[in-house]
Design a protein around this ligand. Structure first.
Ligand code: SAM
Length: 397
């Protein structure tokens, strides 16, 4: 969809497709007036709102798939699954002059800001508003190959500085705001609704599983007690205070803000982050041509575990040990490009403290997805296996 002049302060940007999270076609917010970080009109350029993390290393890892000089295909396609403010996408478009980038983001404001920033690349950039587990559909429509594959996929997970800094989004425990935390504010359940309606056991599970919070039960119990007393928490700072009061005194003093893990857990639950990621990684791997590359930056251990397991599985033979010859279908289909997870160096950490938690992993496809597809995950986000039916129809774990 292209904006028509006068519908907001956006210059027209190209959108190959504009989808909601369920794949339905709907207009993007590209024509909405943009707001500054404090919620006023008067746009702050996208480039100043978010500093891309490990940018040079990402480009270096992507280069062999994207640059014809390094053996990549001419007119290569990169899907940036987490477009954000378009920092990584812009650098890739500048570095690889033939490259086309399709950016995905579920946040309409990110699509709008990045679209404005990248409009100068014309047809070489397009954006799709959806969740990144639609990466395979996006790849098929962007691909010029019959098998629908692309050359590379980039994922820079989590929230952007725009989302963290913008008052009203409710992601940050540093400032008072309503408890929203949705990356796409056009639908879905807010953190407030979750806190108002979830049972105590469910709240404790969310805090324990997604926040790795030791005091999950205490915090959940206090949330529910406040609710029953007719004094539910209403804002981010009230939640911070509640957590502070609920945890033991020693935990208040150690390891930064004690509400950090609660905020992470609620954000992951509100946006179903791990479920979407588990669907997305095999789809991204199956959207790559042979030689195509996947680069993923994670910011917390749960998402890094999902990525690590999927890449390790693709890089190892699936035959039982001891077979004299590994059958073709059991041979690895990925080559790992990073040894373990790579972290930000001291200079980047000093310039951009938000790079501190990053863990970068990358892999290249060595066999076609048609021969060796990455299996769809059967694991739940908390690491347990999905219940599956045995042949007699009983559920087993
Ligand atoms: C860390 S930022 C990306 C920043 C970007 N690389 C840049 O340089 O500007 C992550 C972005 O991914 C988006 N995002 C997170 N989860 C998503 C999902 N499941 N589907 C689509 N977009 C998602 C967020 O809305 C956010 O804009």
């Amino acid at each position: 969809m292209e904006c028509t002049p006068g519908e907001g302060n956006m210059s027209p940007t190209r959108n190959s497709c504009a989808r909601g999270t369920m794949g339905d076609m709907r207009p993007t917010a590209q024509c909405q007036p943009l707001k500054g970080p404090e919620g006023h009109d008067g746009a702050v350029p996208a480039a100043r709102r978010h500093t891309p993390v490990l940018l040079e290393r990402c480009l270096e890892l992507l280069a062999p798939a994207l640059s014809p000089q390094a053996g990549g295909a001419p007119g290569a396609v990169l899907i940036d699954c987490t477009l954000g403010m378009g920092g990584h996408a812009e650098a890739a478009l500048e570095r690889f002059p033939d490259l086309r980038v399709v950016g995905i983001d579920r946040d309409p404001q990110a699509i709008a800001l990045a679209g404005e920033r990248l409009a100068r690349f014309g047809q070489r950039f397009s954006a799709v508003r959806t969740t990144y587990d639609h990466v395979d559909e996006v790849a098929r429509s962007a691909s010029s190959r019959q098998d629908g594959t692309v050359d590379a996929v980039l994922m820079d997970l989590g929230v952007s500085s725009l989302q963290l800094d913008e008052v009203g989004r409710g992601f940050s425990y540093a400032r008072s705001a309503p408890l929203d935390m949705r990356m796409d504010q056009s639908g879905g359940t807010t953190a407030q609704e979750l806190l108002d309606t979830a049972e105590e056991r469910e709240l404790a599970r969310i805090l324990r599983t997604y926040g790795e919070e030791r005091f999950a039960s205490r915090i959940a119990s206090e949330i529910v007690r406040r609710r029953r007393a007719g004094q539910p928490v209403r804002t981010t700072d009230e939640l911070v205070e509640l957590v502070r009061a609920a945890v033991p005194a020693a935990a208040r003093r150690a390891g930064g803000n004690p509400a950090k893990r609660t905020f992470q857990a609620l954000r992951i639950a509100v946006n179903s982050e791990l479920e979407v990621l588990k669907r997305a990684i095999p789809r991204a791997l199956n959207s790559l041509r042979v030689g195509g590359r996947l680069v993923v930056e994670s910011y917390q251990s749960l998402e890094d575990r999902v990525v690590k397991q999927a890449l390790a599985a693709g890089a190892s033979p699936r035959a039982p040990e001891g077979l004299p010859v590994v059958p073709l279908e059991a041979q690895p289909y990925l080559e790992l490009l990073t040894r373990g997870a790579e972290r930000a160096q001291a200079t980047e950490l000093a310039a951009n403290p938000r790079s501190a938690p990053v863990r970068l992993r990358a892999a290249a496809r060595t066999r076609p997805a048609a021969q060796a597809p990455a299996p769809h995950s059967t694991q739940r986000a908390d690491g347990a296996r999905h219940p599956s039916k045995n042949t007699r129809g009983r559920t087993r774990r």
